[in-house]
Design a protein around this ligand. Structure first.
Ligand code: AMP
Length: 118
């Protein structure tokens, strides 16, 4: 499957849809989810054109992968989740219900997150 250049996160990265990132560097952006499922619900996305976690793992450069996960640590610390804990989730493809075909990690926390699958 080809990367959809018009998916909502690609449009956010291009500045076509407004967004207030809480973290932004050359590797990754983070912003609050429009429909938060927990007290803290942030999305972390890479700046490259990657459809999902598998595509990111096989197509992104090592520098980009490292930068992405270092961004995760920075966001976790920024939100205070490094002391309380959090859950990260990433959907891939139809069975997961992935809505936006640009790799992203949901960061959930700020309160007990609950059962893994609800
Ligand atoms: P997924 O089902 O894993 O693809 O999740 C996509 C997420 O993106 C959903 O939780 C949406 O609420 C969220 N979302 C969609 N559009 C936006 C947007 N413009 N800003 C922030 N979050 C968004």
């Amino acid at each position: 499957m080809a990367y959809d250049q018009n998916n909502v996160f690609a449009r956010i990265l291009r500045g076509e849809i407004s967004c207030t990132p809480i973290f932004k560097n050359e590797f990754a952006w983070a912003f609050h989810d429009l429909r938060p499922q927990r007290k803290t619900h942030v999305l972390l996305i890479p700046t490259g054109a990657n459809i999902d976690a598998a595509d990111f793992a096989t197509s992104a450069s090592v520098a980009h992968m490292q930068g992405f996960w270092q961004a995760f640590v920075a966001v976790q610390q920024q939100l205070g989740l490094d002391s309380t804990g959090c859950r990260i989730i990433s959907n891939l493809g139809a069975d997961s219900g992935q809505e936006v075909p640009h790799f992203h990690v949901h960061i959930l926390g700020g309160e007990p997150v609950g059962p893994l699958v609800g």
